[in-house]
Design a protein around this ligand. Sequence first.
Ligand SMILES: [Zn+2]
Length: 162
Amino acid sequence: MVFCGMKTIFVKKLGKTMNDDSFFMKRALMEAQKAFEAGEVPIGAIITCKGQIVGRGHNLTETLNDVTAHAEMQAITSAANTLGGKYLNECTLYVTVEPCAMCAGAIGWAQIGKLVYGADDDKRGYTHYAPHALHPKTIVEKGLMAEECAQLMKSFFQQRRE
Ligand SMILES: [Zn+2]
């Protein structure tokens, strides 16, 4: 369900009752918080299948000394291990920040059914560099809890400058 402008109102209105998407985005934010506390760029991801969390991950590029260790990549590997299959077409991926071109490629390879992301990434987001990287059947929803997701990034980079 994407109503563009309506979407934010819809989510805000639900408030305490919380729909599933907000519930899982909060879990993704908790993953992002773990990254924050480890001195990693705070991005978190959750993968669900039929309402159950089957994969999770947060950015680990510093810890693993690996530029490919983005939250989405960790979550995709973790979900494939849980489910015992590499295609995730019945899964939803929640990620706090718009995926980069590399992760969008991986999301495409995994054939993720639905992608929900929070904050836009105007510098590295896939929509700017690889808008067709996702599988054509993947449903995309953006802007869910975008403020909270962006705020965590802002605090991280502010703290690093101090
Ligand atoms: Zn990425």
